[in-house]
Design a protein around this ligand. Structure first.
Ligand SMILES: C[S@@+](CC[C@H](N)C(=O)[O-])C[C@H]1O[C@@H](n2cnc3c(N)ncnc32)[C@H](O)[C@@H]1O
Length: 267
């Protein structure tokens, strides 16, 4: 059976339903950037039976596996081979997974530029400081290339504005139309993509989810290939990318580490 279960072209984007482990090795042409929010474990530590509510041991799911997992050591060489000779990768991770991720991408042949920080503004409840940041391992393959806007900071604030649930089909009952659990802001993806590529370059996201990276590519004139295993989120990604191609709109790019919260949220 073919590794590719669906293959849909929408404007400059190609969306593939399938398992990245099967699809990525045969993908052509090779990309200038892999920008991906990969499925890593989301554990926060042990369970407490002294606490109640969502932090209590009975309610707290600490398995860490929101999605199907692909181990760092399995995904890193596949991503390396899918990239052009001189290319960048920005791989999202958490503080707890950063060490393992970096070791695997290093072993695959990537060089490390910097840890990028996304200040999400809102925090998740936790007993050992509430996390309000996610991280991007900013890596390169071959020759290092400077970013397009060298005034860009490693830490940027960007509000989370989930929209993927709006694209779920009418078959899904309204009370179950929740956003993708780890949907990323299109503006954040567009910012990182805009710095590592030129218009017309090819970007890949092998863990596309609801398609935020591919929407960012469509809105900023990049070509993109997205791969997603889950048919529900593949369909949502197709709908979001189709809308982005049909109704071009500028992407917000007002990042500033010092912008007051109210001002950012009012955008
Ligand atoms: C962290 S989420 C990405 C969310 C995305 N950034 C968004 O804005 O919606 C990772 C996605 O990878 C998908 N996934 C997990 N294993 C996969 C695999 N082997 N091949 C392709 N997709 C996979 C999951 O179904 C999930 O939707």
């Amino acid at each position: 059976m073919s590794a590719i279960k669906k293959d849909i072209g929408i404007g400059p984007c190609r969306l593939i339903l399938g398992d990245m482990c099967d699809v990525l090795p045969s993908l052509q042409p090779r990309a200038k950037l892999c920008l991906s929010d990969v499925p890593y474990r989301l554990t926060a530590g042990g369970k407490s039976h002294a606490l109640g509510g969502i932090l209590g041991g009975d309610a707290y799911d600490n398995s860490g596996e929101l999605f199907d997992m692909v181990e760092w050591a399995d995904m890193a060489p596949l991503i390396y081979d899918a990239l052009a000779d001189d290319a960048d990768a920005i791989i999202m991770t958490s503080d707890r997974e950063e060490g393992a991720a970096r070791a695997a991408f290093d072993a695959a042949g990537f060089d490390f530029h910097r840890l990028l920080v996304w200040d999400k503004i809102t925090a998740t409840p936790n007993r050992w400081y509430m996390p309000n940041c996610e991280f991007g391992l900013y890596l390169y393959k071959g020759q290092a290339r400077r970013i397009n806007d060298c005034s860009s900071k490693a830490l940027i604030r960007c509000p989370q504005q989930d929209v993927s649930h709006l694209y779920l089909s009418a078959d899904v009952p309204p009370d179950q139309r929740r956003p993708h659990a780890t949907e990323k802001p299109v503006a954040l993806m567009a910012h990182w993509m805009g710095n590592s590529t030129a218009p017309g370059d090819l970007v890949i996201d092998p863990f596309m989810g609801s398609g935020s990276t591919i929407v960012a590519a469509a809105r900023t004139g990049r070509m993109a290939i997205g791969i997603e295993k889950n048919p529900k989120w593949f369909d949502v990604a197709c709908a979001r990318v189709a809308e982005a191609v049909q109704n071009p709109q500028p992407v917000w790019s007002g990042f500033d580490a010092g912008t007051p919260l109210q001002e950012v949220l009012a955008l």
